[in-house]
Design a protein around this ligand. Structure first.
Ligand SMILES: *Cc1c(COP(=O)(O)O)cnc(C)c1O
Length: 364
């Protein structure tokens, strides 16, 4: 049998893996520990019977995009509406649409490592060249380093992730503004991935304007307790939204997803309460970790990156798994040598994690 050769760029790739090990406490993928409110699930079940199953969904997803604009407009400097919102099946599909519209063959995409692996991965799958600069040892971004890379390589897309996955660091407003200035100078687009934006004290939503080349992406997967619902979105200038609508497949968002998104947004207070609780939990875990032999970086997200001192990270990871606790093993990722990332769970799950880690690191 003959097989068609996969594209050169794809042949070199490893794909994206997040191993799912079957253990009691799963704190490895930054999901919310609690399900969404029961009232949301009930409303969705009731709403499903109203769907016209023989018809294509609303291609423009107007109701959903309007509701997203209502909610996110609270944080933008000027009013926004459906024309400023692009929604897709998870924010990863939003990122892919951005790369299809503005990246691709003969174009360049910039990242600052370490950061979310899918930025460079999706850019490459779409045929773009990826250029990267390294963050400082403490994972902050040196604006001069960023400026040099962007002026030198002139990417059409520049990715920032704030708070940054997997480091947890919030990108300070001055940094985002400085990077945006260079992006404007080179005629590119700045994408600020805010998958964890609601956990952090500052959002790039405050920079949005119709005549600035900057967009913010967010998702229902983390803060909204709805990773099973594949729904993410972008807020930005209407001309970006128009360009993305040109590359996304027709009717990409099915009626169930659109309905679920609209109904989820009815529970904004509940989401904010759950986020506030996780932020409290973050403080508790950081305090507990600081009494152990680990290096740690300040997190503005729902996870914490840490590095056991004087211990092999992968070994510690395995010993946690042996105790029924799964965290993300970043120990072999470039720039993250020896690091592990723990997602905030329920109080009980976090206690189990702390007990297991204490035992692994101190023998007590
Ligand atoms: C989890 C995550 C996403 C998310 O994805 P969905 O496709 O919306 O589930 C995007 N960006 C970052 C940085 C993430 O950590």
């Amino acid at each position: 049998m003959s097989r068609p050769p996969v594209r050169d760029q794809i042949a070199l790739m490893d794909g994206y893996h997040s191993p799912q090990v079957d253990v009691r406490v799963r704190l490895n993928t930054n999901e919310a520990p609690e399900p969404p409110p029961a009232a949301f699930v009930d409303a969705l079940a009731a709403g499903l019977s109203g769907i016209e199953w023989h018809r294509y969904p609303d291609r423009a997803a107007v109701a959903l995009r309007s509701r997203i604009a209502d909610v996110e407009g609270a944080e933008t400097p000027g009013p926004i509406d459906a024309a400023n919102v692009f929604a897709a099946n998870g924010s990863n599909e939003v990122l892919q649409s951005i790369c299809l519209a503005y990246g691709g063959a003969g174009r360049t995409v910039a990242t600052f490592e370490p950061t979310y692996a899918l930025h460079s991965h999706i850019a490459r799958v779409c045929g773009s060249d990826v250029v990267s600069a390294a963050r400082e040892a403490d994972f902050t971004l040196d604006v001069d380093v960023a400026r040099r890379l962007l002026l030198d390589r002139r990417p059409t897309i520049t990715f920032l992730c704030s708070p940054n996955n997997p480091t947890g660091r919030l990108e300070p407003e001055e940094t985002v503004r400085a990077v945006l200035e260079v992006v404007e100078e080179i005629g590119g687009l700045l994408v600020v991935d805010e998958a964890y934006g609601q956990f952090s004290p500052w959002s790039a939503l405050s920079l949005l304007s119709e005549d600035r080349p900057v967009v913010v992406t967010r998702t229902f997967s983390k803060t909204w307790s709805a990773a099973a619902l594949r729904l993410g979105y972008l807020i930005g200038p209407s001309w970006v939204v128009e360009d993305l609508e040109k590359v996304v497949l027709p009717y990409h968002l099915d009626s169930m997803t659109q309905l679920a998104g609209v109904l989820a947004l009815d529970h904004l207070d509940d989401m904010q309460r759950r986020v506030a609780h996780l932020v409290e939990e973050r403080g508790r875990l950081e305090a507990a970790l600081s009494s152990l032999e680990v290096d740690m970086w300040p997190s503005a997200a729902n996870f914490i990156l840490f590095r056991p001192r004087g211990r092999d990270g992968a070994e510690v990871w395995q010993e946690l798994v042996d105790r029924g606790v799964l965290v993300r093993n970043c120990a072999s990722w470039p720039g993250l040598e020896g690091c592990l990332r723990v997602t905030l769970g329920t109080v009980e799950e976090d206690d189990e994690f702390l007990a297991a880690l204490t035992e692994v690191l101190t023998g007590r």
